[in-house]
Design a binder for this molecule. Structure first.
Ligand code: UDP
Ligand code: MG
Length: 318
């Protein structure tokens, strides 16, 4: 096997406090890998500026101009979110040309030294190497619990994604080429790379606290990511709704039968407004919930049929 050309993708959104040190740290990692003959000299970093409103892009331009081609970058016209930035990065490095690509957060919360372990697995013939975090010590209790709930739910719903895998992974050129065949706009990368069926393995790594700046995710953006993950990789919720509807109708039918039976046999009429109100609220609530779930899928279809571009790049430095 010839020495692979590695591309490291770094999505950045308002990371002026991080990019510079992240860049030098990652270049150090590349240098030591090059020195050990693990990756080729043409390996490079690829920053995707997800429409930052601070000095992130200026800093990236500065890094580009003094990097002798080792730093490349793309800038979005506005903020499209971390998934789109990652997709753009994967497409960008594929167009430039590389043998494998690793995506890592700009705050270097993920242990950058794990890249070497990723490469070892890649050389054993794995197309996808997923980074799995050892623990969630750096996350708040709320984020921890919601994340665990999300993974459990996804797995129950049939979209098998590995627990504790954030978007820190290595993918081969082959995986990048296959990604090009998936035209869905709201591609959920964790689901996609798991579903695609290429040889996959995992590597564990430690999580560090963010070294500067604040998390760019809030409750709503995490909910959005979770809902997109579910609706783009599982139709189980729709099936569950159909089954629920059927069971409810059956239940109503049986209660009706029982009422008629009691009326004729014992001359009993059902009573109890409370029962009525409870049932009404329960079934009313359930119906609205089910409509909401179906609405989520319609929303997904709506977004996909419009076939808007995933993102618009304003500039690319390569
Ligand atoms: N990010 C992005 N676009 C966004 C939000 C985040 O490109 O709209 C990037 C961010 O700059 C960072 C990565 O995604 O490189 C992970 O974000 P963050 O560290 O804020 O998330 P957390 O680690 O708190 O989950
Ligand atoms: Mg982070």
């Amino acid at each position: 096997m010839q020495i692979p050309k590695l591309a490291v993708i770094i999505p950045c959104f308002n990371e002026e406090l991080c990019v510079e040190s992240t860049c030098s740290r990652l270049l150090e990692v590349l240098d030591s890998l090059i020195a050990n003959g693990e990756i080729s000299k043409e390996s490079f970093l690829y920053f995707v500026d997800d429409g930052s409103s601070d000095r992130t892009w200026e800093i990236i331009e500065g890094l580009y101009s003094k990097s002798f081609g080792r730093v490349k970058a793309m800038k979005f016209i506005r903020n499209y979110g971390n998934q789109k930035a990652l997709i753009a990065g994967l497409e960008g490095v594929r167009n430039i040309g590389c043998d494998c690509a690793v995506s890592i957060d700009a705050d270097l919360q993920q242990d950058e030294l794990a890249i070497e372990k990723f490469l070892n697995e890649y050389k054993k013939g794995f197309d996808i190497v997923l980074g799995i975090r050892n623990d969630r010590k750096t996350d708040s209790l709320f984020k921890k619990t919601t994340a665990v709930m999300f993974y459990k739910l996804m797995n129950i719903l049939g979209a098998k994604i590995p627990m504790n895998h954030s978007d820190y992974r290595l993918v081969s050129k082959r995986a990048l080429d296959i990604m090009g065949l998936y035209h869905e706009k709201a591609l959920f990368l964790r689901g996609f790379f798991h579903e695609v069926g290429l040889k996959t393995t995992t590597v564990n790594f430690d999580v560090k606290p963010r070294f500067a700046g604040q998390s760019k995710f809030n409750f709503l953006s995490l909910m959005g990511l979770a809902l997109n993950g579910i609706t783009s990789f599982s139709i189980y919720p729709l099936r569950i709704i159909s089954c629920l509807g059927f069971l409810m109708a059956l239940f109503a039918f049986l209660v009706g039968l029982e009422t008629i039976f009691e009326k004729f046999m014992f001359n009993n009429s059902p009573n109890g407004t409370a029962t009525m109100i409870i049932l009404l609220c329960f079934f009313g609530g359930l119906q609205i919930f089910c409509l909401g779930v179906i609405g989520e899928y319609i929303g997904q279809v709506y977004r996909e049929v419009k076939a808007r571009p995933r993102y618009i790049a304003e500039k690319e430095l390569k």
